[in-house]
Design a protein around this ligand. Sequence first.
Ligand code: ZN
Ligand code: FE
Length: 257
Amino acid sequence: MEILRIPALSDNYIFLLYDQNQQIAAVVDPAEYEPVAKILQEFELNLVAIFNTHHHGDHIGANNQLKAAFPDLCIYGGAEDRGRIPGQERFLQDGDRVEFAGRIAEVFFVPGHTKAHIAYYFPPAENESTGELFCGDTLFAGGCGRLFEGTPADMVKSLTKLRNLPDHTRVWCAHEYTLSNLKFALTVEANNENLQERYQEVQRQRSQSIATIPSILGLEKLTNPFLRWDTPELQKAMNSDEPVQVFGRLRGQKDVF
Ligand code: ZN
Ligand code: FE
């Protein structure tokens, strides 16, 4: 299974999973039709699945057009998103499994950004060490999604599930927000050397318009404050040692950053 990152809208990424031998593809959160259709045509791929993480417009924008172009494809989304994702045919719950090109992904229910948000995790293929996590707007590189329909407690629970995955996991999140996320992170963990280093690197990348996605989960654990509610420096900065409170205060500060 190969993965292609397709920039869309102002700062979204659409991810195209494909298998050149079988000439099939699946798309995660198709924000726009044109860039996806163009690549499918170029690579002569048949689109067999849309994997939606949640119902927001910048994640489901091309569902209907893609379904019209590939009537046999199946549209997957969270069970709680029933009625909100155009064309949804499969209603996934925590622990469900979905298949693409011989790979099985595990579904995680990760509410917080929305009440129905799910993530898809493909464990490493045989003889490989890298798993693939498609987490929509739940976990970002250096940050996390805003709490539109959930509480800090929901999000801590959701992010804990993702944080428990292996360090080698590649994090395919749906937006290029990394630079501004790290800028904020430095305001709450100024002495984190891994974070300082990462900020320099991302600054360099973005100045050359290089994408920072996918990120690596191990690096997120070291530098993303929204996964670090149990580190002393962050607890001190948030004036609490209670995980949900640390996270809630952090999220509150980021909301107005
Ligand atoms: Zn969203
Ligand atoms: Fe989004």
